[in-house]
Write a protein that binds this ligand. Structure first.
Ligand SMILES: [Fe+2]
Ligand SMILES: [Fe+2]
Length: 190
């Protein structure tokens, strides 16, 4: 039941293209959940809803954030787009009555990651970045690592790509949270 409502809600909030991306994130995340021992249905739901605030204008994201009492990080002040995860988590709790903290955290952290994040969050982060409609070359490398069961390496690669992409794109910023998470994992793998 909640899946149908979530499906309709995401479709109503998003352009066709971004809805397709959300559906693809949900389906790919479901597969990864099964492969890596995380409840695939919860991953699916998180993927389906992760971007519902993605098309709200910056002014609306900032207004939502203020209403929720979110203390803005420096990056979020510079680039309100980075709030669309946290705002989406708030919206789906309110509009769809979703209370599953794991799902809400997965929606909130999908853009830049989060220190001490759960496996579900990591899966959603990767599914968002490399679901099959993502065709940039490094997405294929991460998908291959995931297929081969190399989850930690895939995660490190996904985070590295995100940092490099942000640094190389004019007008973007590198979010320090992603750098912290990247360093945490690099340390783990040393
Ligand atoms: Fe997003
Ligand atoms: Fe997304």
């Amino acid at each position: 039941m909640i899946y149908q409502r979530a499906f309709e809600f995401a479709r109503a909030m998003l352009s066709e293209e971004r809805f397709e991306h959300s559906l693809s994130t949900a389906k790919y995340g479901y597969r990864l959940g099964k492969q890596y021992g995380v409840d695939p249905e919860r991953v699916y739901l998180t993927g389906l809803l992760h971007d519902v605030a993605r098309e709200l204008p910056a002014s609306s994201l900032l207004l939502h954030a203020r209403k929720q009492g979110i203390i803005l990080r420096k990056e979020e002040k510079t680039c309100p787009f980075l709030l669309h995860g946290k705002v989406a988590a708030f919206i789906v709790r309110k509009e769809l009555g979703i209370k599953d903290k794991g799902v809400l955290d997965g929606i909130a952290s999908h853009i830049v990651g989060r220190r001490h994040w759960t496996k579900l969050e990591q899966i959603v982060y990767l599914a968002d970045k490399v679901e099959p409609t993502r065709v940039y070359p490094s997405a294929g490398i991460v998908r291959k690592l995931l297929e081969e069961g190399e989850f930690e390496r895939a995660l490190l690669e996904g985070l590295r790509n995100a940092i490099v992409y942000a640094a190389q794109t004019r007008g973007w910023i590198v979010d320090t949270e992603t750098v912290v998470v990247f360093n945490e994992i690099t340390k783990t793998q040393a």
